[in-house]
Design a protein around this ligand. Structure first.
Ligand code: AMP
Ligand code: MN
Ligand code: MN
Length: 323
């Protein structure tokens, strides 16, 4: 048996041995975080476990993923919870577990399942594979090892995870195996048209007003190699857009031709949250790590104390330019 199959078997065995399980993904959850948390919840319940899905931040699921089966059950991680096993998903570092950090680190057993290249392997058992397009894809690969069939609700959650982390099957992580696994999820009942519409064609007027402001502020830097834009707290107040409606906002500016990297800066009172995306092979993960964050080569982020101007002054010299 290959080392990988052995590891998948070992993780499945550990999951099946637990009667009570808590599951949590990273703060400010995206489609992979939500889809993976709920997909694994359904999967393990199907195997007979008592499962508690938790949030690392916020009191309820983001409105954008409230349609996922089981989303209504999600609640903020409590200070203590007695479980046999804690599963951390899509979170490369315990700090990314936010409110669930201590719960995870103090658990009897901690299984970490993730696809970030900078994962710290902080679990008692770690299933970390940066070649996986999404954490949800890794969970799908666990299926045959768990020996329980995927129901439609599991396939729905994990397809959402894979669709969102691959940018609707368009980014470099859209591998043949990602597409094969997506096909299997569709066979298991995931409805492509319905999920696409729910995630990408269900925007509020406020969110579109925020898109207009973001595109309107598009600025080129570094001799045209970089494009960036920004939003601040007034933009949310004035448009009525919700914070979770910014998950794909950077895609509105990454479409511009001729740039190697794009940045979207979300300006808060005394800090700035920055999303980075690379085109043409530039590694923005490295840039994000330099500034205290993390992520993948093509998609990364960080939060930095300061103003729009001060963070741009730190960021732009690290991004591609002529020469
Ligand atoms: P985002 O720009 O928020 O969509 O995030 C893109 C990628 O960067 C994701 O893989 C995140 O896990 C990662 N990322 C974003 N913000 C941070 C952060 N503050 N620390 C570590 N990783 C981050
Ligand atoms: Mn994620
Ligand atoms: Mn992910």
């Amino acid at each position: 048996m290959s080392g990988r199959a052995e590891l998948l078997g070992q993780v499945a065995e550990t999951l099946l041995a637990a009667r009570t399980i808590a599951i949590c993904a990273h703060v400010d959850p995206d489609g992979d975080a939500m889809g993976s948390t709920l997909g694994l919840t359904h999967l393990l319940r199907g195997c007979g476990a008592t499962v508690t899905p938790l949030l690392a931040s916020g009191d309820r699921a983001p409105s954008t993923y409230a349609f996922l089966p089981g989303a209504g059950e999600l609640r903020r991680a409590p200070a203590s919870l007695a479980v046999d096993l804690f599963v951390a998903l899509d979170a490369p570092d315990p700090a990314r577990l936010g409110d669930a950090r201590d719960l995870a680190l103090n658990a009897k057993r901690l299984v970490v399942i993730d696809h970030h290249p900078d994962n710290k392997h902080y679990g008692t058992l770690n299933l970390v594979d940066e070649r996986a397009a999404a954490t949800g894809e890794l969970l799908w690969e666990l299926l045959p090892h768990l020996g329980c069939a995927a129901e439609r609700i599991t396939a729905t959650c994990l397809f959402t995870a894979l669709m969102t982390d691959t940018g609707r099957f368009s980014y470099g992580n859209t591998t043949p195996s990602a597409l094969r696994h997506a096909a299997e999820m569709i066979e298991a009942g995931a409805n492509v048209v319905d999920l696409y519409r729910r995630v990408y064609e269900n925007r509020s007027p406020g969110a579109l007003a925020l898109v207009a402001r973001t595109v309107g502020r598009l600025t080129f830097a570094n001799d045209g190699h970089v494009a960036y834009s920004w939003i601040d707290t007034d933009d949310f107040a004035e448009t009525g857009a919700l914070p979770e409606e910014t998950e794909n906002l950077i895609d509105e500016i990454r479409v511009v031709s001729g740039v190697d990297a794009v940045a979207l800066l979300k300006v808060a009172h005394d800090s700035v949250r920055v999303s980075l995306r690379a085109k043409n092979g530039y590694d923005v993960g490295l840039v994000a790590r330099t500034l205290g964050g993390g992520g993948h080569a093509a998609a990364a982020g960080f939060t930095r104390a300061g103003s729009l101007e001060s963070v741009l002054a730190e960021l732009l010299p690290l991004l591609p330019s002529v020469g």
